[in-house]
Design a protein around this ligand. Structure first.
Ligand SMILES: *Cc1c(COP(=O)(O)O)cnc(C)c1O
Length: 221
């Protein structure tokens, strides 16, 4: 199957309101252009240098989501153009994104990454840590970031009940934060969950953004 055929098939499975991030990490610009020519405009990368190297070689109307663990010293490479930073997991990182966004005279959309997997290895916040950030007086002063929702990754497992549980947990986190901290804020609306292996489950559990790589571009070496 070609990249175009994969995109058409996946898009046909997604409800209208669910955004598809085509995860192009490790893939060459030619592969990204193939997806672009099939109509795809939203792409995801997980390394700042890789993203900032690809971006100038590709059409300017591509929206780039940074989906990986972000080191504070790398924010400056992507701050001029990134459309959303999906995996923010500390006040320190928000502080740096806010600073670099201000330097570029823009507001950067962010998601807060939560640790929802039973696996111990994945990054992310728990509820208590997130509340600590959102209630921090310093956070309220950060005018160059906009928190648009939450992001998470489920355990890599065959146990679909477990995946359902973990995604449902993220949806509940979203609802609680919405009610407590973002009532009436229309821009707080995103739940980024679901990858090649589990996006159908994520969509059933209320995902608004799925991040799909290998099912579009083929396996990564
Ligand atoms: C690589 C990656 C994806 C896409 O993974 P696939 O299994 O190839 O679809 C999604 N989200 C994050 C955070 C990733 O790092």
């Amino acid at each position: 199957m070609s990249i175009k055929e994969n995109l058409i098939r996946i898009k046909s499975e997604l409800p209208e309101h669910v955004k598809l991030v085509a995860v192009s990490k490790t893939k060459p610009v030619e592969a990204i252009m193939e997806a672009y020519n099939a109509g795809q405009r939203l792409f995801g990368e997980n390394k700042a240098q890789e993203m900032s190297a690809k971006q100038p070689q590709l059409p300017a109307d591509i929206q780039w989501h940074f989906i990986g663990h972000m080191q504070t010293n790398k924010v400056k490479f992507i701050a001029p153009f990134v459309s959303m930073i999906e995996a923010v997991d500390s006040l320190k990182l928000f502080r740096e994104i806010n600073k670099q966004a201000a330097k570029n005279d823009r507001v950067i959309d962010c998601l807060m990454q939560f640790h929802i997997a039973e696996e111990a290895t994945k990054f992310g916040l728990n509820m208590e840590e997130a509340v600590g950030i959102l209630e921090n007086p310093e956070f309220a002063l950060m005018k160059n970031i906009r928190v648009c929702g939450v992001m998470g990754m489920a355990t890599y497992t065959e146990d679909t009940d477990q995946i359902h549980r973990e995604f449902r947990h993220l949806k509940n986190i979203f609802s609680e934060l919405k009610e407590r901290f973002f009532p009436g804020e229309e821009s707080f609306k995103e739940i980024s969950m679901g990858m090649s292996g589990d996006y159908q489950i994520a969509v059933e559990e209320g995902s608004t953004i799925v991040r799909i790589g290998s099912s579009i571009f083929g396996a990564r070496s």
